[in-house]
Design a protein around this ligand. Structure first.
Ligand code: CFM
Length: 547
């Protein structure tokens, strides 16, 4: 079905129908999380959405937990910090590379602990008598085997419930092993309403215990960090390739393809750019306050966004040679991209997509789809906050909720020795007048079309309703949604781990994505799918025991 036909669905009526399917209290809440988009120009005013709020119990949510956001997301992609999961063994499954974050150690013998999943494997006896002893033993063992520079300890739900003091253990063990930086994260799964709380906890600890321990700068005139890029399917490798070709010095990425030594000296740069705003805006803000490093939002998903982002970075440094080199490289890469894009555009023009991913990809990937003529009819996040949807301008009005109160808000002051202005206020003003927006994220909704649907924390019931009514040509979400969508005969692209593919970032990534979407949208396999409920719509059963 072409895109025009689909827009004949009346979004407001559709919303009313979906909400009517809920008990009234639930419906009331979902109604605030299920928004029909409307952008008022100028000022890009959009409707308010309820986000970062508790999932209604019993709803099949897409969300993960606080521990996942801390251990898995923010710290997980770092190769040489030994990461011990303090909890029952089941929690450790998600520490075992299921996210497909990749890394390249400096040399074949350089440490890479990412292929290990270390856990204290708590048993019933520790739940009763405490697990600190076992945690100390785990640290002893990790030091003896790996001799690491740093160890991170991550607590899961039961640890918080029994009250183990992981921070005291970290302090004691650091005394026992001087030279090893040992820090702990109270990131119990239940700490927040989603992964988002874990991001904040990880940012805080990285800031207090890791960043700034060394003043060793990397050589190069144009030094910057990328915050919020996690090298899923090799995305960071592609971004590194472009940065190097342009003549930039990428000091570190938080945390795709990263190492501890690069983290501890990451304050030695002149610019931070933020890719995934949701997971790491806290660190960007704190580094600016303490060290004076300016930050702005960029996006390396889609060829156009990549070109625009690298142009902005070059413009920030303002060096003529750097700008020319960047332009030349973009021109060369775009020629290759355009050949594939034009071909795929012919096949995909007018098709439609729906994206429900974490806290930034549902926005970023809309650019990629736009480049091949695909319109996003509905999008939403699992755990984003209002500012990710509506833009930073709403930040002053966001009420502190129970979730945010759970997590420490650090008070940050200027570093008396190391704070210095990277640009004078006049220079910043000039860059702003040229289009660089410092400390700002415009959010997803202002870029979405009129009457598109913006849905926070979507569930299976709503997904099925969307499919029945809108018949999208593709849906992008995670592994929990994949098979349900495919059984409906709708092509599906997994946008968390990419399943088996990548990179999708940068120029080469855009080409990979165009081709993959073309293939998926035109595969006949999905049309031939028959879901079990189509063959036998009702479950029938008989007693195993009779008489
Ligand atoms: Fe940021 Fe991410 Fe995302 Fe995220 Fe994630 Fe991820 Fe994601 Mo999965 S950090 S918010 S917590 S871009 S793991 S690399 S894909 S939900 S949209």
């Amino acid at each position: 079905m072409a895109h025009d036909e689909k827009m004949t669905v009346n979004a407001d009526e559709f919303k009313a129908e979906v909400i009517a399917g809920y008990p009234s209290k639930t419906g009331k809440k979902r109604s605030r999380q299920f928004v029909v988009n409307h952008v008022e120009e100028p000022g890009e005013k959009v409707p308010e959405i309820l986000a970062n709020s508790k999932t209604v119990p019993g709803i099949l949510t897409m969300r993960g937990c606080c521990y996942a956001g801390c251990r898995g997301v923010v710290l997980g992609p770092t190769r040489d910090i030994v990461q011990i999961v303090h909890g029952p063994i089941g929690c450790c499954f998600y520490a075992w590379l299921t996210r497909r974050n990749q890394t390249h150690p400096e040399t074949p013998t350089s440490p890479n602990y990412m292929t290990y999943a270390l856990s204290t494997d708590l048993q019933e006896s520790e739940i009763v008598f405490g697990g600190e002893k076992k945690l100390r033993a785990a640290v002893d063992e990790a030091v003896a085997i790996f001799h690491p520079k740093a160890i991170g300890i991550f607590s899961t739900c039961p640890v918080g419930l029994i009250g183990d003091d992981i921070h005291a253990v970290a302090r004691d063990m650091e005394e026992k092993y001087p030279g090893v930086n040992i820090f702990a994260f109270s990131c119990e799964g239940y700490k927040g309403v989603s992964q988002s709380a874990g991001h904040h906890i990880a940012n805080n600890k990285l800031f207090t215990d890791v960043v700034g321990l060394s003043d060793k700068a990397k050589p190069g005139k144009f030094r910057f960090n990328i915050l919020g890029e996690y090298n899923i399917g090799g995305d960071a490798f592609e971004i590194e390739r472009i940065a190097e070709a342009c003549g930039l010095t990428l000091h570190t990425t938080f945390s795709g393809n990263s190492s501890y030594d690069d983290f501890i000296s990451s304050q030695m740069v002149d610019l931070n750019v933020v890719m995934c705003h949701r997971s790491i805006n806290y660190l960007a803000e704190m580094m600016e306050k303490k060290y004076g490093i300016p930050w702005f939002k960029i996006n390396f998903i889609s060829a156009g966004a990549t070109a625009k982002s690298f142009r902005k970075i070059a413009q920030f440094f303002g060096d003529k040679e750097l700008i020319e080199r960047t332009e030349k490289f973009i021109e060369k890469e775009m020629a290759e991209v355009e050949t594939v894009r034009k071909e795929v555009y012919k096949h995909c023009k007018g098709k439609t997509a729906m994206l429900f991913v974490g806290g930034s990809r549902a926005h970023h990937y809309q650019d990629l789809f736009r480049e091949i003529g695909v319109t996003t009819l509905a999008a939403g996040y699992e755990f984003a906050h209002r500012d990710d949807y509506e833009g930073s301008k709403v930040l002053p009005g966001i009420v502190v909720d129970a979730d945010s109160r759970n997590i420490e808000q650090l008070t940050v002051e200027k570093d008396p020795k190391r704070y210095h202005e990277r640009k004078t206020p006049a220079e910043i003003k000039k860059l702003e007048s040229e289009g660089i927006e410092f400390n700002n994220y415009r959010g997803m909704m202002p870029e979405m079309i009129e009457k598109s649907l913006v849905i926070d924390d979507i569930n299976h019931y709503e997904t099925e309703k969307l499919i029945e009514t809108y018949h999208p040509d593709i849906i992008c979400a995670g592994i929990k949604e994949k098979y349900v969508v495919q059984k409906h005969g709708v092509p599906f692209k997994q946008l968390h781990s990419y399943d088996y593919m990548g990179p999708f970032a940068g120029f080469k990534g855009a080409i990979n994505f165009y081709r993959e979407i073309d293939r998926l949208m035109h595969s006949r396999a999905f049309k031939l799918t028959q879901a079990p409920w189509q063959k036998s719509p009702e479950l029938t059963a008989s007693y195993a025991w009779t008489k």
